[in-house]
Design a protein around this ligand. Structure first.
Ligand SMILES: Nc1ncnc2c1ncn2[C@@H]1O[C@H](COP(=O)(O)OP(=O)(O)OP(=O)(O)O)[C@@H](O)[C@H]1O
Length: 268
């Protein structure tokens, strides 16, 4: 690690201790030879060097965009929704409040619809799918979590349901050992429907809610429209992993309530 990066990380550590931060989010190259006291999260898949000769304004713009994306992912990975983090960039150190307006989405906000632990698990899974895809290919799917009787009523099976007849313990999204099969079935056409406690009822499911009224940003296709539409008629939270965009969107009440860009990846 260059001497400059070592200094930046040490300064970030000191600042983190002063403001009692939850973590240092490091946008510096990850190397093993420096360990700081504050828990550190490394951001990978970024190329800050591309901004080496840019203006101060461009740098600030870059840092603020990156920190918004990183903190949204950090909130999911660490399962926190309040507190402060310190971000260390090659050019700057920022103190950032995880509750800031850019990151106001919080799993607990939807506890009246979905068990927060179940929603947290689905978001973790969505992040893994968005980052890693499946067998080298990007995968798009959606998880609709909520009132399962209503979800069944507003959807139908597109292909045979691979979860049919299986016991709850292999259908529970809160159990990490079950994620491998979820990732496998995410390649099927259609979506997952999941009850409010995180028990998967079906995958390969086609949503029948009328999406003609869904008012989403242009460029979003059938999967996003259908997910938005079903959350308007059913007490449910919809999480879409886009196959084409590297973005996870969360829908409630027919509207997008969070947009998580996944072109950067955090490593704890
Ligand atoms: N009503 C629906 N219910 C379930 N799945 C759907 C529905 N409509 C579309 N899909 C699924 O979404 C897939 C992608 O469709 P489309 O490209 O139009 O969606 P999109 O919103 O642009 O998603 P992405 O960003 O992942 O490409 C389809 O192949 C189909 O599997």
């Amino acid at each position: 690690m260059s001497e400059k990066n070592r200094l930046l990380l040490t300064a970030a550590d000191n600042l983190a201790k002063t403001v009692n931060a939850l973590a240092v989010i490091s946008f510096l190259p990850k190397e093993e030879d420096i360990v700081i006291d504050t828990p550190t999260v490394h951001v990978v898949d970024i190329q800050p060097e591309i901004l080496r000769d840019h203006s101060m304004v461009a740098l600030v713009d870059y840092c603020s965009n990156q920190i918004i994306d990183a903190v949204l992912q950090y909130k999911i990975l660490a399962n926190v929704d309040s507190g402060t983090v310190v971000a260390a960039f090659p050019y700057a150190i920022l103190i950032y409040d995880v509750e800031s307006q850019d990151n106001s989405f919080s799993v607990g906000d939807y506890a009246h619809i979905v068990d927060p632990e179940a929603l947290h698990s689905v978001l973790m899974l969505a992040l893994e799918l968005a980052h890693d895809g499946r067998e080298g290919r990007s995968v798009g799917t959606a998880f609709i979590v909520g009132d399962i009787d209503e979800l069944k009523r507003w959807s139908h099976q597109g292909v045979l349901n691979p979860y049919e007849g299986h016991p709850e313990e292999v259908r529970d999204v809160k159990i990490e050992e079950n994620w491998e099969s979820v990732k496998e079935f995410a390649q099927l056409d259609g979506v997952f429907i999941i009850d409010k406690n995180g028990i998967i009822a079906a995958s390969g499911r086609y949503l029948d809610a009328d999406s003609r009224d869904a008012n989403l940003q242009s460029g979003l296709g059938g999967r996003h429209l259908a997910t938005a539409a079903i959350t308007k008629v059913v007490h449910a939270v919809g999480i879409v992993v886009s196959e084409s965009g590297g973005v996870i969107r969360v829908f409630v009440g027919g509207k997008s309530v969070a947009q998580i860009r996944t072109d950067i990846k955090l490593v704890l």
